[in-house]
Design a protein around this ligand. Structure first.
Ligand SMILES: C[S@@+](CC[C@H](N)C(=O)[O-])C[C@H]1O[C@@H](n2cnc3c(N)ncnc32)[C@H](O)[C@@H]1O
Length: 277
């Protein structure tokens, strides 16, 4: 027990373990996540509907969605995919959560919208070709190591038509300043989020000030199994992420406020980058 807790409190090397799949595809956790995605009053897994509508609106005004081939990476339950399809886009949504893909497929089926869904890992699996626009929305880039980002940027470039656009948003450095280190322990930590039955949950939050990186490290102990989940969140300086995109073959068109699409002013909010190839 001492050894287990000692390890839990040791600061892991940045991005030393990637457990995103556990977080999004476990049958119990993904049901809780879906509820968060669909919660109209909160911004845990997806933003609130009015904010999503506003984002799709600025993307449409700025880049045009009608008759465009759009790939929505990490589409979750299709909240952006469906809205873009209603504006005339031919959307392919990619996500590794079967539960979210099932929900999204039913959503677009009911309205006969032009959306295909692929259940897959955007870091490993083939992405659709000949896309006019690829989106990666709600800070998905922040969960990835520098190597994974490089890998993903290459795949996005290969899926875009010449002149196509890549829109991604990210959590900003001022948001990192609001984070605190700490530890928590309780029976059924986070109100049963981690498992259906009984368990003990431990959470340790580490901050890496030099990198503006946060890690929420969870240890979940059930009667029959023990799991660890590493939740990395990289906060970005907008010009550093823009430079990274440039180094990976993109032209950065503009850095904007993620919610409004207006020019970015440094603030404790997410920014978005519009890039092209
Ligand atoms: C923060 S949620 C955002 C969902 C959606 N973009 C939205 O804002 O409503 C991240 C989504 O990305 C998916 N995801 C994370 N990593 C992924 C990967 N490597 N491959 C495919 N999907 C991934 C998760 O399953 C989840 O649905």
């Amino acid at each position: 027990m001492f050894q287990t807790l000692k390890v839990l409190n040791e600061r892991p090397k940045p991005f030393s373990r990637y457990t995103a799949e556990e977080l999004w595809t476990d049958p119990h956790i993904s049901a809780r996540m879906l509820a968060f995605h669909l919660d109209a009053d909160g911004d845990v897994a997806s933003r609130r509907p009015a904010l999503i509508e506003g984002i799709v609106d600025w993307i449409d005004r700025r880049l045009g969605l009608t008759d465009r081939a759009v790939c929505d990476l990490g589409c979750g339950p299709g909240l952006y995919s469906a809205r873009m399809a209603r504006r005339g886009a031919h959307v392919t949504g990619v996500d590794f959560s079967p539960r979210s893909i099932d929900y999204a497929s039913e959503l677009v089926r009911q309205e006969s919208l032009a959306v295909d869904f692929i259940q897959g890992d955007y870091l490993k699996d083939a992405l659709p070709k000949n896309q006019d626009l690829v989106c990666l929305i709600y800070g998905d880039i922040c969960a990835l190591s520098p190597d994974q980002r490089r890998q993903l940027f290459g795949k996005v470039r290969a899926s875009l038509n010449s002149g196509g656009h890549f829109v991604l948003d990210a959590f900003s450095n001022p948001q990192y300043e609001l984070r605190k280190e700490g530890a928590a322990y309780s029976r059924r930590l986070m109100d049963g989020f981690w498992a259906e039955g009984d368990y003990f949950g431990f959470q340790t939050t580490f901050l890496y000030d030099d990198l503006k990186l946060a890690l929420d490290r969870y240890l979940i102990i059930e009667p029959h199994r023990t799991r660890e989940v590493f939740n990395w969140l990289q906060y970005f300086d907008d010009s550093a992420l823009a430079e990274e995109l440039t180094q990976n073959g993109f032209d950065v068109v503009q850095v904007v406020d993620a919610l409004s699409g207006e020019p970015w002013k440094i603030s404790p909010h997410e920014f978005a980058i519009i890039a092209s190839i």
